[in-house]
Design a protein around this ligand. Structure first.
Ligand code: MN
Length: 208
């Protein structure tokens, strides 16, 4: 995606059917081509008449959203957050059926200490994701010292203003799972673990 206005829809980094049978093809098509595109189009539309912000990065717009002109604040938080969170979400999924890709190295040690092993982490993360009321995300994140934290965010809020580095996330908006999993978010969360990209999460942890 371009670094500033006009923001562009990046291609999905794998085929639409690559996450089958855990996340279905139609959900991926709609989620990427329609939902993410709508956030990008709406963000560009909001910024169109504010050329003074056309050179700003998405991260800068989001971290300084409260100081933007009033008509831009909510559109930037909602749509810019939607762009930022979805790009992270799609980039941190992998077709390598995961339980294949593993948390390793320093992240495995840190998660193991904080949550009583990876199994303990998975249980706590699943519970947090299931507990998001309405629409939002659950994240595995860490602070600058490398301490892991499970946090949830509502709507399209991001971690950018919380001083936390995102490592992995699950989108629990209904559009992320309803076609395949209907109302059973717990099944979607279980399937997400098969396609979560722990190699990338581990790299983010090491590069923090
Ligand atoms: Mn989504």
């Amino acid at each position: 995606m371009s670094q500033h206005y006009p923001f562009e829809l990046p291609p999905l980094p794998y085929a639409y059917d690559a996450l089958e049978p855990y996340i279905d093809t139609l959900t991926m098509q709609l989620h990427h081509d329609r939902h993410l595109r709508a956030y990008i189009d709406n963000l560009n539309a909001a910024l169109k008449n504010y050329p003074e912000y056309h050179g700003w990065s998405l991260e800068r717009l989001l971290t300084q959203a409260n100081w933007l002109p009033e008509p831009l604040r909510i559109p930037v938080k909602n749509n810019g957050g939607g762009v930022y969170n979805h790009e992270f979400f799609f980039d941190h999924l992998t077709p390598k059926d995961g339980n294949g890709t593993r948390v390793t190295g320093g992240l495995l040690d840190a998660v193991g200490r904080a949550f009583d092993g990876f199994e303990g982490f998975a249980a706590a993360f699943s519970k947090a994701a299931a507990g998001v009321f309405g629409s939002g995300y659950a994240w595995l994140s860490c602070n600058a010292d490398g301490d892991p934290h499970i946090v949830t965010t509502a709507n399209q809020d991001t971690l950018l203003t919380r001083g936390l580095i995102p490592l992995a996330c699950i989108d629990v908006w209904e559009h992320a799972y309803y076609l395949k999993h209907y109302n059973v978010r717990a099944d979607y969360i279980q399937d997400w673990f098969h396609v979560a990209d722990w190699e990338t999460a581990t790299r983010c942890y090491e590069e923090r």
